[in-house]
Design a protein around this ligand. Structure first.
Ligand code: WT7
Length: 684
């Protein structure tokens, strides 16, 4: 390994310089690695792309099939000029993902007593160990209970839960009976929840009475009830029953539960415990076709309306399982911890399905990194002896601010592999993760992927891939990236442009729920024949890929995608606002943050109260992650003569970039000067 200075405030080398510095995985750390070196990676990769039928048939052997795959492995069309876009993988085979990730571990591999999850609550006094057999029983009980409520194969179940074991039980119970889960991150607002429930026409909502995030109490049931109220107002109350988990934190603590004021509707609401009473803990799985839907997960779209990304059973199962095994170089004695929330794709793929398919032991963490102290994550790593750790650049940047001291109090020697996901990781954060957390022993695995890709698509492998800080390195097995220019021409060798994929891999999304047109226009229309990620990308002389960030009207706040359009829509709902334009601005911890320009209606005053109201509006409509950092009063916006807002100019104003280039297409160039002179220096 190359030596690295251990000062945390060193001068950051530019990407070109950093690119020259290559970190080779430690010798000796990976004597039994699944992929021992780069040549081995290249050989497996070659097989995966040149003989995909054989490659995936081998992977499929690891799973239980009610009806084994036969016939064509993959059928697809990526070219809008040749008809509808579709992807079918091992169609006709029958299996059940819940059976594969639970029953097989218990009954075939004899791992019933192995720990599936160490649940660690928000409060360090709350924790629970869940073995595979216990997990299987709880899931079956929940599956039977859902059936009692009338849930059948193909029905949609909305899940709005914090990171508690019941979240895992419910999602796997859905998978077991063939119901389609639609998990909504429990930090979303009632409006966001309502929109997602109606879009998927969910019959059932599963939520909790409340939750503590750090020391903040959240009345989850109240938000859920407001969401259902909203559905009713839209004359679209599809939800018939709302199942409510009584959170551990409120079971014994009457003080806390008094603060909750759980609203209750006798005709709809039912306590989880009451529903589960006397229900059997055995449940025959529903045998699903490979291409039956497994879940819907909403992700922001550039039009402002979220898209329900649909994943299906077999492709997703094989892909999350295989990526988990190789990308974390998983071995049976590992203790694995992904700090994401299951409400995002990272949690679906790499807390629930991927790890369980590999019989892994994981930490399931409900809390936040800095509660009750800034060393909480390190404390948990020591407590459970975590060997594989997966988190987001935003968390790393947050924890970097507290220096080394909080880490020095804990023993982190169990760590072997450090993963990151969510946004490009800046070299400074990469090096800190590598030096300070991994003590220069552990490779940093920068995994690039999306809700749509189902699993990792560009990623190093721990023992095999020489690392370059800030690069997601090379494609995973079966993945074929390409870089295109604006005209759709493919660029070879060193190049920068649009990141696309030329063929499906098993885990790719199958559609946008109820909206084939949007599926095609978002991902396939711009460059016929390719799946378009929406990210910019550079390939260096060694063939390594470097994600440069979004190239559509999306921004990435703390690893979560938001569209500028959805924030603008929230702002313009305020009665004083005539027009709004939102751009991203770099942020030291969140990566990017929201900078909003608002034009007020005549005679309306721009003041602190209005700013607070605007922030509240966005929080209510979308959720706290979308809270604007900057709001600037804009008497006018820079527009072309045809009335199109020039976001490039606004972005430069937000970032204080003085060289504005060609402004000749603007209808009124003077507006730029005014905006520049009044730009916000400090956050609102
Ligand atoms: C977008 C997808 C995949 C789980 C979390 C986010 C950005 C994600 C990386 C990475 C650079 C990354 C991209 C992507 N992104 N991982 N390692 N390096 N950028 O899922 O909400 O669907 O967001 O996150 O811009 O398109 P998501």
């Amino acid at each position: 390994m190359s030596p690295v200075s251990d000062s945390t405030n060193r001068v950051i080398p530019g990407p070109q310089e950093t690119e020259e510095k290559i970190y080779h995985p430690s010798d000796g750390l990976f004597t039994d690695a699944h992929v021992p070196d780069f040549d081995a990676y290249l050989a497996i990769y070659k097989k995966s792309t040149e003989e995909p039928e054989e490659f995936w048939a081998d992977v499929a052997q690891e799973f239980y099939w009610k009806k084994p795959p036969s016939g064509q492995m993959l059928q697809y069309n990526f070219d809008v000029n040749k008809g509808n876009i579709y992807i079918k993988f091992m169609e006709g085979a029958k299996t059940n993902i819940c059976y594969n990730v639970l029953d097989r571990n218990v009954h075939e591999r004899n791992l019933g007593e192995k720990v599936a999850y160490y649940w660690e609550g928000n409060s360090p006094t709350h924790h629970q160990t869940i073995t595979y057999i216990q997990l299987l029983r709880s899931v079956c009980r929940c599956a039977n209970a859902l059936k009692l409520l009338g849930v059948k194969k193909g029905d949609r179940v909305a899940i709005y839960l914090p990171m508690i074991p019941e979240l895992v039980y419910t999602m796997l119970a859905c998978a077991r009976i063939g119901a389609v889960h639609s998990i909504v991150f429990a930090g979303f607002s009632s409006e966001s929840l309502c929109e997602r429930i109606m879009d998927a026409q969910c019959n059932i909502l599963v939520t909790a009475d409340g939750v503590y995030r750090g020391d903040k109490l959240i009345n989850l049931k109240k938000i859920a009830s407001e969401a259902l109220e909203r559905c009713k107002e839209s004359m679209d109350l599809c939800v018939q029953k709302c199942v409510v988990v009584r959170h551990h934190a409120f079971r014994t603590n009457s003080d806390a539960s008094n603060k909750l004021q759980t609203p209750w509707d006798e005709s709809c609401d039912i306590w989880w415990d009451d529903l589960m009473e006397g229900v059997s803990d055995e449940c025959e799985p529903e045998w699903m076709d490979s291409e039956d839907p497994l879940f819907i997960l909403y992700t922001s779209g550039s039009t402002g309306k979220p898209k329900g990304v649909v994943h299906t059973v077999t492709g997703y199962m094989l892909y999350t399982s295989l990526t988990f095994k190789y990308v974390f170089d998983y071995h049976h004695d590992d203790v694995y911890w992904c700090t994401a929330d299951i409400g995002w794709i990272t949690g679906h793929s790499y807390i629930t399905y991927g790890p369980l398919a590999n019989s892994a032991t994981s930490v399931l963490f409900e809390g936040v990194p800095v509660y009750p102290h800034v060393g909480r994550l390190w404390e948990i790593i020591e407590k459970y002896g975590v060997s594989k750790f997966y988190t987001a650049p935003t968390a790393i940047r947050l924890l970097m601010k507290y220096g080394r001291e909080p880490l020095q109090r804990f023993d982190l020697s169990s760590l072997r592999v450090l993963g990151t996901v969510g946004e490009p990781i800046n070299p400074e954060a990469w090096l800190w993760y590598y030096d300070v957390v991994g003590q220069q022993r552990c490779p940093v695995i920068d995994t690039f992927w999306q809700t749509e890709t189902g699993g990792h698509v560009l990623t190093p492998l721990p023992a095999a891939t020489p690392l370059k800080p800030g690069s997601a390195t090379c494609p995973f097995f079966g993945v074929q990236p390409a870089i295109l220019n604006e005209h759709g021409e493919e660029l070879e060798g060193e190049a920068e442009g649009y990141l696309v994929f030329r063929k499906p891999w098993p885990g790719i999304m199958r559609g946008v729920y109820g909206n084939q047109e949007r599926f095609e226009s978002t991902y396939f229309r711009k460059f016929p024949g390719f799946y378009v990620t929406g990210d910019g990308c550079r390939r260096d002389k060694d063939g390594y890929y470097w994600i440069t960030g979004r190239i559509d009207d999306m921004l990435n706040v703390s690893g979560h995608l938001l569209s500028t359009a959805e924030v603008e829509a929230a702002l313009t709902e305020h009665p004083s606002v005539a027009e709004a334009a939102v751009v991203s601005r770099p942020h030291t911890v969140k990566g990017e943050c929201l900078y909003c320009f608002v034009t007020l209606k005549d005679h309306k005053e721009f003041n602190r109260t209005l700013m607070e109201e605007l922030k509240r509006k966005v929080r209510e409509k979308i959720g706290p992650i979308a809270t604007p950092d900057f709001i600037q009063n804009a008497p006018g916006l820079p527009k072309t003569r045809s009335g199109k807002i020039m976001r490039r100019v606004l972005r430069q104003i937000a970032r204080n970039e003085k060289d504005l280039g060609d402004l000749s297409t603007l209808a009124d160039p003077k507006v730029v000067e005014v905006l520049f002179s009044q730009r916000c220096e400090a956050a609102a």
